[in-house]
Unconditional design. Structure first.
Length: 255
């Protein structure tokens, strides 16, 4: 396991109850500056295996003297999908760090939207395809890593997945045929404490944007911003891959 550790920290708002929604509880600057279980604070750790395998792990470290294992999700085999957890068959080698994010979420138009802590990450790396050097222009196809996951940080269950192999509960995206090993760049466009947009690249040289601002999961959208590598020009000389997240610089025009 050689992935970086992603951390979610909630310094409990001292003026609200621990039963309040996460955004209210965890808003920056409202706690007492001390992380301890007796204050209903939260410290959770999330880590992926990278070359080590196809699993995501979650731990609770609120009490540093008694850390707790929360869950693991993914697939036990590097070679096939036997034994994969529900929704995780597309997960490749788990290179993309699980990014903790607070979003608003609901599953039906009539439901009440709630603040939810999720993890957002690319579907990983496909070694059988990407480790070839050079990759043949024909005769080899991608088999995993082709997508984007949003999962519930509480238990690892898949809330939404975009990719070429979509289903009735996921977004099927034309052209998302390359592994997404990159971390995501998350953006809170209106600074309300909620992530509403993410950017990431894939191993075909594509750059993708995901819009999560609408609480209704069925209305989340994926768009390709650019195609700068092998997906655009299928020659080995154009074998450009994105393995790291894009840098995002918010700006505002005069209007």
């Amino acid at each position: 396991m050689d992935g970086s550790v992603s951390v979610f920290v909630c310094d409990q708002n001292t003026s609200v109850a621990a039963t309040a929604d996460l955004l209210t509880r965890c808003r920056s600057g409202t706690g007492n500056g001390i992380l301890q279980p007796s204050d209903s604070d939260i410290v959770q750790l999330f880590v992926s295996m990278r070359r080590g395998g196809r699993y995501i792990y979650a731990f609770d470290a609120t009490n540093p003297d008694a850390p707790k294992f929360l869950w693991k999700k993914g697939c036990p085999s590097l070679l096939n999908n036997a034994g994969c957890d529900t929704g995780y068959t597309e997960l490749g080698q788990a290179w993309s760090d699980p990014k903790p994010a607070l979003i608003t979420y609901k599953t039906s138009p009539t439901a009440t939207a709630a603040t939810k802590l999720v993890l957002i990450f690319g579907a990983g790396y496909d070694p059988a395809y990407e480790d070839q050097d050079p990759i043949p222009t024909s005769g080899t196809t991608q088999s995993m890593g082709r997508g984007i996951f949003v999962v519930d940080a509480a238990d690892g269950s898949v809330l939404w997945r975009a990719g070429v192999t979509g289903s009735t509960t996921n977004a099927s995206v034309s052209g998302m045929t390359y592994a997404i090993a990159s971390d995501v760049a998350a953006l809170d466009t209106n600074r309300d404490g909620l992530v509403d947009r993410v950017y990431l690249g894939d191993t075909g040289g594509n750059i993708w944007r995901v819009d999560l601002a609408d609480p209704l999961v069925a209305n989340w959208t994926v768009n390709k911003l650019a195609s700068l590598g092998y997906a655009q020009s299928a020659t080995n000389t154009d074998r450009r891959k994105f393995l790291y997240p894009p840098s995002v610089v918010p700006s505002k025009d005069s209007s």
